[in-house]
Design a protein around this ligand. Structure first.
Ligand code: ACO
Length: 441
């Protein structure tokens, strides 16, 4: 049997680090190096029948089993229901840290000291100012537009304001605009809320925290003193922490794919926001509320679940590409929902959601497919109890996720293995055919 060595990675030292592959078409055997439990996709290219063959490629729609990068930001074990940012468990971060503390952690990979956090918070606060042209753009938009579309347009518009941001290989420039985006995103989101509600202009208050300012800018009409409910501030802070990053999800992957062309961060995160907008990703939390609105009573839950099992619809807020166990964020959020709703008053939707969760967890259809509540199952209920409309929920998700997108964008810039993202395809169209002139078609 003829044996061919594929590209060997440095550090391959023994047979144990190799995957032997036999090509039954030719009888040849190939050794692929195993590094970090992966084999290089390019190693397959050497596997050919004829010299002029292109070579084999992996076929992986949705990149379900493809590692696209090395990353030090976030760790997930979906089988065990573990989520960590830079080594810290999400449950501990949600309980003990503010969102800005977590932003510092995600950007620096270390928790800040009290002094470092103070400097970081002050810097963010000084950058919480939106260019007049972007405010004008928001005000020019029809307030009935989808809030995520407004946010996407505003993020894209920021790249016009900061043309120096294209110098993406300069760490000073990168940091400046990273801080700017973390500072500005809640204000951009809040401007959309104010526009829809017809509130006048307002300003960031120096005595308020980042999250307090976010809520103040959303909720306080011009000329009125902010009155913020502490339970609501804590809930929003926790939700932002839970959404800060989630490794190679659809929107982070969109940011990375776009960033691979070395585009500025404003354009890269606009792609992330667009990906988040979809109902199978960040749009799921509003889809959960829309779903709950269709169920009148707890007694209707069994029939509703039957329609999901028949494939007539999906049970929104259930299932996850990675978690095949309880999403740890859903655990934190489930408790948070009960707390917020206790402050806001009883909520029939919570009762229905809890009945769905209980019935689905006891049902073979969901357990066999490992479908558990995800982060979005309860987050929409919290936002709803706070008085927000379903269309606005994804905007909160985007505010929290901004730091994750930026960390992925920066990691991409620093990765020596970074190449422009350019996947392959299996062509299924026509074979070459003769051109048909217009008068003969
Ligand atoms: N309700 C009913 N059945 C489901 C659901 C659901 N929510 N999710 C998956 N299934 C079923 C599928 O029909 C399929 O069944 P089959 O094997 O009999 O054909 C099986 O479970 C596997 O489903 P896939 O679509 O292959 O799972 P995938 O990993 O591609 O999808 C996704 C993951 C998109 C999250 C899916 O579970 C879903 O649509 N959930 C509802 C939307 C949602 O809550 N999204 C938020 C995700 S979390 C986030 O983005 C923050």
């Amino acid at each position: 049997m003829e044996k061919q060595a594929a590209n060997f990675a440095p550090g391959v030292t023994s047979q144990q680090d190799l995957l032997s592959v036999s090509d039954c078409r030719t009888g040849r055997q190939y050794d692929l190096p195993i590094t970090d439990e992966t084999v290089p996709a390019m190693g397959l290219r050497a596997i050919k029948v004829h010299e002029e063959d292109f070579g084999l490629m992996p076929y992986d729609p949705g990149l379900t089993n493809t590692a696209v990068c090395r990353s030090s930001i976030c760790f997930i074990n979906g089988e065990k229901g573990i989520l960590e940012y830079c080594g810290y468990r999400i449950e501990e971060l949600a309980q003990n840290c503010t969102y800005l503390e977590v932003c510092y952690l995600i950007l620096h990979r270390e928790l800040p000291t009290a002094e470092q956090l103070e400097v970081f918070e002050k810097e963010i606060q000084t950058l919480m100012v939106i260019p007049a042209s972007v405010v004008a753009l928001q005000n020019a938009m029809d307030p009935r537009l989808h809030p995520m579309s407004m946010l996407e347009a505003s993020l894209a518009a920021l790249s016009c304001e900061y043309p120096d941001a294209h110098v993406v290989l300069d760490p000073v420039v990168r940091r400046k605009h990273t801080m700017r985006l973390i500072a500005m995103t809640p204000i951009l989101a809040a401007l959309g809320f104010r526009h829809r509600r017809g509130f006048g202009p307002t300003e960031v208050r120096p005595e308020l925290s980042y999250v307090e300012n976010f809520l103040h800018m959303i909720l306080t009409p011009t000329g009125v003193e902010p009155q913020l409910e502490p339970a609501m501030v804590k809930a929003m802070d926790t939700l932002l922490v839970l959404h800060a990053d989630h490794e190679q999800n659809c929107s982070a992957n969109a940011v990375r794919a776009v960033a691979s062309s070395q585009v500025n961060p404003f354009s890269a995160v606009t792609a992330g926001a667009a990906a988040l907008h979809g109902p199978l990703h960040g749009g799921a939390n509003s889809a959960v509320l829309e779903m709950l609105a269709e169920i009148d009573d707890v007694s209707d839950v069994p029939a509703f679940l039957e329609s999901c099992k028949k494939g007539d619809r999906r049970l929104m807020g259930f299932g996850h590409r990675v978690y095949k166990n309880y999403d740890p964020r859903a655990m934190v959020i489930g408790k948070l929902a009960s707390g917020v709703i206790a402050v806001a008053g009883t909520n029939k939707k919570l009762e229905i959601a809890q009945a769905i969760e209980k019935a689905a967890l006891e049902d073979d259809y969901f357990s066999q497919r490992k479908l558990f509540p995800n982060v979005d199952f309860y987050s929409g209920l919290i936002y709803s109890a706070m008085g927000f409309r379903p269309q606005t929920f994804t905007v909160f998700f985007a505010v929290g996720r901004m730091v994750g997108w930026l960390a992925h964008w920066e990691e991409m810039m620093l990765d020596p293995a970074n190449r422009i993202v350019r996947p392959r395809q299996i062509y299924t169209g026509y074979a070459r055919r003769d051109f048909v002139p217009m008068n003969a078609r």
